[in-house]
Design a protein around this ligand. Structure first.
Ligand SMILES: [Zn+2]
Length: 283
């Protein structure tokens, strides 16, 4: 088996060591950090004028990222495709309804992942393709476990800042090894836990451990950027990087749904062409 989404996301990070550095540099020229602050209501989003050179750099970096993400999505789809065609042989026709439902949902997610990849315009589309392919593998693993009388694995909650980072570190994870109040074992009970403003900011969205650490250190996390056109003067507009989740929802199916990671309906929406209509409507 190819493995669950979380395992493959961890492997993916090792496979693409240049990604975080590229995101960081992108943040400098493309003002991802400033846009992150703006999206979070921060007051220090000092936007400087965007020159033509800045824009050229953004576009060059965008092309590199797009090519890498396209390869990543293709490879992931090929793996999950192998996984699902094996499953077709293994699942008997009269499989239990819950198993069948999960298996059908896996096929739907896989089909949607392929459709997004074919029609991808920007980095969040490619990311959504990977996310939905991972989701297909996850649903398949759940169907399999149920079919064998095992408990289906828990659904992976992904990092919101960049869903490619994989599993988010949840408060329950931290409770098992993190600090506890004076009450010790009573953390679940009435023990009051003091939360600093930075911790509150870090808890606002599900974040992987490295994005969470960045926010706790008052830095911008390694955000997945999207290309966005802004007006820089009366006669000129420019492409800049913004966090994918800062795009208006009427423009992007992915901004509010973590590239489909938080929306069970995402595969059906994609198959109905909603992602395309939103992107086209924004032009
Ligand atoms: Zn992250």
């Amino acid at each position: 088996m190819t493995g669950s989404g979380a395992d493959s996301a961890a492997g993916r990070r090792r496979f693409l060591p240049a990604f975080p550095r590229l995101w960081r540099r992108a943040a400098v020229v493309g003002s991802v950090a400033a846009a992150y602050d703006a999206a979070h209501g921060g007051g220090r989003a000092g936007t400087r004028p965007i020159g033509r050179e800045d824009e050229q750099r953004v576009l060059r970096e965008w092309e590199v990222l797009r090519d890498r993400l396209t390869s990543l999505a293709r490879a992931r789809l090929a793996d999950v495709g192998d996984l699902l065609s094996d499953a077709r042989l293994e699942l008997p026709g009269g499989a239990e309804s819950a198993v069948r439902r999960e298996y059908d949902a896996a096929l739907e997610a896989f089909q949607a992942a392929g459709k997004i990849l074919d029609e991808a315009v920007d980095l969040p589309d490619l990311t959504a393709s990977v996310v939905l392919a991972d989701r297909a593998a996850e649903l398949f693993a759940a169907a399999h476990a149920r079919h064998e009388g095992r408990r289906p694995p828990k659904r992976v909650v992904r990092c919101f800042y960049n869903p490619l980072h994989g599993r988010a570190e949840l408060p329950t994870d931290r409770a098992t090894h993190g600090k506890r109040g004076k009450g010790g074992k009573g953390a679940k009970g009435g023990g009051r836990v003091r939360v600093s403003p930075r911790e509150a900011a870090a808890d606002r969205r599900p974040a992987c451990s490295s994005c969470r650490l960045a926010i706790l250190a008052d830095q911008a996390p390694d955000v997945l950027p999207a290309l966005f056109t802004v007006k820089v003067s009366k006669h000129r507009s420019a492409k800049v990087f913004v966090p994918y989740y800062a795009l208006p929802q009427q423009m992007s199916l992915w901004s509010a749904t973590g590239c489909g990671a938080y929306d069970d309906e995402a595969p059906a929406r994609v198959l109905r062409g909603e992602h395309r209509r939103r992107a086209e409507g924004a032009r």
